[in-house]
Design a protein around this ligand. Structure first.
Ligand SMILES: *[C@@H]1O[C@H](CO)[C@@H](O)[C@H](O)[C@H]1NC(C)=O
Length: 222
């Protein structure tokens, strides 16, 4: 009986708010292979939940985001992510934060977050930022030069970037609308996949000589 009235309420809600509840929740990880017994399972809507009685303030705390990170790498930037993997209190809350350090001429190269919209705040420096819309919208570029105190939004799933065009190092902080936004860096993903994509496929896709593709694949090999 209890179950029946629950079902009745549920179908009523489904009729009233079809968009809100008549679909699966957004995935919180790249994939989640179904299992019938919890023995083989690891994730439940992200992670298992800690017994609330055992939860402490430290479960919602992270420290050290004031520290600049080293940027001596190929792209000249460093992203410090604070998400459910190092701040477990974020589980199921749909939010996370990053610090991004940029060296002079450094950049956060074109990438997407498959599960999150991003709102970026420039703490220091001058950044050229932009995102590109999907094919159906004509791949339009929305771009802006940001200075200290400016905020810009990168809509969920769209390819975006930031480049330091100032004379000094820069720093930005960004909030993302997922506990585990994921990152797909375009160059590394396409040319550095493991194993490598057939170079002839990429040569045709990017309209390049296969030798250039091999050179790129060598560069991004993991
Ligand atoms: C970013 O900074 C961390 C912490 O200092 C460091 O361990 C890591 O190697 C840096 N990453 C890159 C890509 O330079």
């Amino acid at each position: 009986m209890k179950n029946l009235s629950f079902l009745a309420v549920l179908s009523l809600l489904a009729l009233t708010f079809p968009l809100a509840i008549a679909s699966d929740p957004s995935p919180l990880q790249d994939f989640c292979v179904g299992v019938n017994t919890p023995a083989d399972g690891v994730f439940v809507n992200g992670k298992f939940c800690k017994d609330p009685k055992l939860v402490t303030s430290d479960d919602f705390f992270f420290t050290g985001l004031q520290k600049a990170r080293p940027v001596a790498n190929a792209v000249g930037s460093n992203v410090t992510a604070v998400n459910v993997n190092n701040l477990p209190g974020l589980n199921t809350l749909g939010i996370s934060i990053v610090r991004i350090d940029y060296g002079v001429n450094g950049q956060n190269p074109p990438h997407t977050h498959p599960r999150a919209t991003e709102i970026l705040y420039v703490g220091h420096g001058t950044l050229l930022v932009g995102f590109v819309t999907s094919n159906g919208d004509g791949n339009r570029l929305f771009t802006k030069t940001l200075k200290e105190g400016d905020v810009f939004v990168f809509p969920e799933g769209l390819i975006h970037f930031q480049a330091n065009i100032g004379k000094f190092p820069a720093v930005a902080f960004a909030a993302l609308s997922s506990q585990n936004p994921g990152v797909v860096t375009i160059a590394n993903t396409v040319f550095g996949s493991n194993p490598a994509i057939d170079p002839n496929v990429l040569a045709r896709a990017f309209q390049l000589d296969p030798k250039v593709v091999l050179d790129l694949q060598n560069k991004f090999k993991k």
